[in-house]
Design a protein around this ligand. Structure first.
Ligand SMILES: [Zn+2]
Ligand SMILES: [Zn+2]
Length: 256
């Protein structure tokens, strides 16, 4: 029997992918922030000068534990961490949650602009702690949400960071066993109750005594991250850290 000369679906998909990659190199890099003008910039996965200045970069400063900008410059820890240390040993975010950082997160999550995971990872990469043997775990979605969306946005960012840092990424270790309601508008106690018991680990042996770096897109009050950290600690994690793209920061703490 003569073999078909028509390319298979799989072959077509790889041709498409090849062209997409070629286009990535052939086209000049565009700003990840400008929706309309898509300004051309010098480096890939970056922002133009105009977008750059609207972002509040947080970096590695602030409270040594939670990363929040500090009111007193000579302090190492913020008042909250001194009063009651959070279940996370170290938290960092690239930028404060604001109009542009929000759009970037939403475009990745709902607009399927997958390349934005690279942009986020690029600016989250310098925030890595010193542990050489850490394991990366994205904050998981409930399986129903994952099914609807088709991907976990934090998982995509974790993959990029894992490749850059050459650290393993485990997408299955932590599971969200029940869907959690939107936490917006809830006070801290309500949030804590809403996420209690929502996360479990699948096989604790892999993290016994190790540092786990949680990867998230947006950090609001940290209740979700705290629930994840508790589950990871219960499974034997030696240390739990978190690195996110954006985090909600009180405007008075941001210096302009
Ligand atoms: Zn721009
Ligand atoms: Zn703190």
């Amino acid at each position: 029997m003569a073999t078909s000369v028509l390319p298979s679906t799989k072959m077509l998909a790889s041709i498409k992918m090849l062209f997409a990659n070629v286009l990535d190199f052939a086209l000049p890099p565009r700003c990840a922030g400008c929706a309309g003008c898509a300004e051309i910039i010098d480096e890939v996965d970056g922002f133009c000068a105009e977008c750059w200045v609207t972002l509040d970069w947080l970096g590695n400063g602030g409270c040594q534990r939670c990363g929040m900008p500090l009111e007193a410059t000579d302090a190492e820890l913020c008042g909250r961490c001194l009063a009651a240390p959070p279940p996370l040993d170290r938290m960092r975010a690239a930028v404060a949650y604001g109009p542009l950082s929000r759009v970037i997160a939403l475009k990745l999550k709902y607009g399927r602009k997958i390349a934005l995971a690279r942009t986020m990872a690029r600016y989250m990469a310098p925030l890595r702690g010193s542990d050489e043997d850490a394991i990366l775990v994205p904050v998981p979605l409930h399986r129903r949400r994952l099914w609807w969306r088709g991907f976990n946005q934090s998982g995509l960012v974790a993959k990029q960071l894992g490749a850059q840092w050459q650290l393993p990424v485990d997408q299955h270790l932590l599971r969200r066993v029940r869907p959690t309601p939107p936490l917006k508008g809830m006070n801290e106690t309500q949030r804590r109750t809403a996420v209690r018991g929502a996360f479990v680990t699948v096989d604790g042996r892999r993290i016994e005594g190790r540092t786990v770096i949680l990867i998230d897109d947006v950090l609001t009050t940290g209740s979700t991250a705290a629930a994840c950290a508790k589950a990871l600690r219960k499974a034997g994690a030696g240390r739990v850290e978190l690195i996110s793209w954006a985090r909600v920061v009180r405007p008075s703490l941001l210096m302009r």
